[in-house]
Design a protein around this ligand. Structure first.
Ligand code: SF4
Ligand code: SF4
Length: 625
């Protein structure tokens, strides 16, 4: 009968033949590992250098490494149960590093952990606890992948993953088994060799399967660009974006090889969820296939066989993929880089896109209307012009200056500003921030718009901007930085939340569901402020997909101007979810979301809820509307 001895049974002596066999097997396994891993490393290192990449300061990198890699916080937070299963495997591997080192040292006659002695006994028992958790975790991961198999994992089974899971389980079983046999028994020797062979088979499989992430993802997370959706600047006039293999940078190649194929990006992608061609996981894997087959020195186009141009232009830049990815893959620089490549080489032909570019080259706004329309609106609303004495420059943006519903938001917001005694003025002239062209990959046009706007703001001595549009806020604050120093900028939800105490609290039971705009939530991390404002006007209810998991309205990435051509409309999908909450009012905090839902609700065929921006809700509560 087998007994649990609470002591790890290990062979104490190895014959010369055993030692020679062990050395030979280690050499074969190591060489096989390096043959593939060396090739991958070469492809990454031969890729173009990332211009502008800065390793320092290290503080945030170290924190991200600690939190996301060592604590597995992101993996667990996004999907608690599978995340914990994965974390158990990872922590098991960490605990086994010392055990494995000692295991091979023992086989070579230089073992340093005495499993019978104080520390050795303690550590082997600790590792046994991790081994149990790891075995349970890998069984859970296996069940998730092969039995439950959620749709975002795709239809194709990865049998390599199954084999790896089996090997990890065997690793743990052969280790734990040694607690049930007598020391120096033949069984202990069999288990020792079983454990050894499992490791030596496992090692060369790592770089040949998606388990390459075990080695690369810590580096990917540590070397991230250090900001959400950080679009790198183009190097010079010869840099057209991601056109061919020669344009792939080291970071992009590293990320392509780090993908663990978990499908979290696809699970949350609004395009993939509404029947479009775009699948962010496949975009990353497409680049990996390109690198495997052609390498980073290839002049073959990146778009075509490996990734479809149509897919790249279906992205709303909502950022759900990048936000969810557990191994630090930055999808947006990749997607926008590919768009840049297609736009700058003239390969992208789209009538709506061409119209938008032309409107912004010759005019001031993305709606293609004459600037005089904005002047008329300012005159009609008697909006004060900014003269340097007011605290805020109220940025109208294309939607606030030209779109009828966007104008309603501005009109109500200015009433609230006046009520609160905040001094503001609007610019006599204003151009589009360049958000849609930036995301569509037209950098030349974006640069012109950013530079013109920055000059205008400097001439007007603007110190603080307030805006109703999260896209404007993001573009001014982050994207313009490449061309100058933008003024401080704040979204109206942040402003209103600061004055929440001065807003009336409606004592009614009206249910209001708040839709998190991607560019306010994921891009700016502003979730609470609009909720504080909404809660003053009624009973706040949440949609199933809320906060960082919010589902896009479909407008971002320039898509408001391109339109959707395939599948279900993203705005309709989201509107149905908001309607299903039973709320009488849908609250938004972005004029683009407002515009998308306006159309979606109009065609919903139901008694649609009311749709109001938070500024309008506030004005209504103050009886100013
Ligand atoms: S940014 Fe949004 S739409 Fe684009 S690929 Fe990622 S999840 Fe999909
Ligand atoms: S890109 Fe990231 S989220 Fe998407 S499948 Fe790969 S590892 Fe998972």
């Amino acid at each position: 009968m087998m007994l649990l001895t609470a002591t790890l049974a290990e062979p104490q002596h190895f014959s010369l033949a055993e030692k020679l066999l062990l050395v030979a097997l280690m050499a074969v396994s190591g060489a096989s590992f390096w043959r593939r891993f060396g090739t991958v490393l070469d492809k990454i290192l031969q890729s173009k250098k990332d211009i502008g990449f800065q390793l320092f300061p290290l503080g945030k990198r170290l924190w991200d490494f600690f939190w996301e890699v060592l604590c597995q916080a992101k993996v667990i937070r996004q999907r608690p149960l599978p995340g914990l299963a994965h974390a158990a495997v990872f922590w098991g591997f960490c605990a086994f590093a010392l055990v494995t080192l000692n295991h091979f040292a023992l086989g070579l006659g230089v073992g340093f952990l005495d499993s019978q002695g104080g520390f050795g006994r303690f550590y082997s028992c600790l590792a046994a606890a991790f081994a149990l958790a790891c075995a349970a975790g890998i069984s859970g991961v296996f069940a998730g992948r092969f039995l439950l198999r959620p749709k975002w994992l795709g239809a194709k089974h990865s049998y390599g993953s199954g084999l790896i899971a089996l090997l990890i389980f065997l690793l743990m079983a052969t280790y734990l088994g040694a607690f049930f046999v007598a020391p120096a028994s033949p069984e202990a020797r069999i288990l020792w060799w079983g454990h050894t062979l499992t490791i030596l088979i496992f090692l060369p499989l790592i770089p040949r399967t998606k388990h390459l992430h075990l080695i690369l993802s810590p580096a990917t997370i540590f070397l991230s660009r250090g900001g959400f959706s950080r679009i790198p600047a183009l190097e010079d006039d010869e840099d057209f974006g991601l056109v061919a293999g020669t344009d792939l940078t080291q970071l992009v190649s590293l990320q392509a090889y780090s993908c663990v194929e978990c499908g979290r990006c696809t699970e949350h992608c609004p395009a993939a969820n509404t029947g479009k061609l775009l699948n962010p996981k496949e975009i990353v894997l497409g680049l990996r296939s390109y690198l495997n087959e052609l390498g980073p020195a290839s002049e073959e186009p990146l778009l075509g066989k490996y990734n479809a141009r149509q897919a790249v232009f279906e992205c709303t830049t909502c950022g759900a993929c990048e936000f969810q990815c557990p191994v630090g893959i930055e999808h947006l620089p990749i997607l926008i880089g590919l768009r840049r490549g297609a736009v700058n080489t003239g390969e992208w032909k789209n009538d709506h896109g061409a119209k938008l570019f032309l409107a912004l080259e010759h005019g001031s706004n993305s709606l293609g209307l004459p600037a005089s329309e904005r002047d008329k609106f300012i005159a009609k609303q008697a909006l004060p012009l900014f003269d340097g004495t007011q605290e805020y420059c109220l940025w109208l943006g294309c939607m606030g200056g030209y779109d009828p519903k966007g104008r309603e938001i501005i009109a109500d917001f200015t009433r609230v500003l006046r009520h609160l005694g905040a001094s503001y003025g609007v610019l006599r002239k204003e151009k589009c921030t360049g958000d849609p062209v930036r995301r569509l990959g037209n950098d030349l046009l974006f640069q012109q718009l950013a530079v013109d706007n920055l000059e205008n703001l400097a001439q007007n001595k603007v110190k603080k901007i307030i805006s109703i549009c999260p896209h404007c806020v993001r573009t001014i604050q982050e994207d313009w930085k490449a061309y100058g120093t933008p003024p401080e900028v704040e979204h109206h939800s942040e402003f209103l939340a600061r004055f929440a105490d001065q807003l009336p609290r409606q004592l009614n039971e009206e249910k209001i569901v708040y839709h998190d705009p991607c560019y306010l939530g994921r891009y700016r991390n502003v979730y609470e402020e609009p909720r504080v404002v909404v809660a003053r006007s009624g009973q706040l209810v949440e949609a199933p997909r809320n906060r960082e998991k919010s589902f896009c309205c479909g407008a971002g990435g320039g898509l408001a101007f391109l339109g959707e051509e395939t599948g279900e409309r993203i705005s309709h999908n989201r509107a149905q979810e908001l309607i299903a909450t039973g709320a009488g009012t849908i609250a938004t905090a972005c004029p683009f979301c407002n515009s998308m839902f306006r159309d979606a609700l109009a065609s919903s065929g139901e008694a649609a809820p009311q749709l109001l921006d938070i500024a309008r809700l506030t004005a209504r509560a103050l009886k100013l509307s």
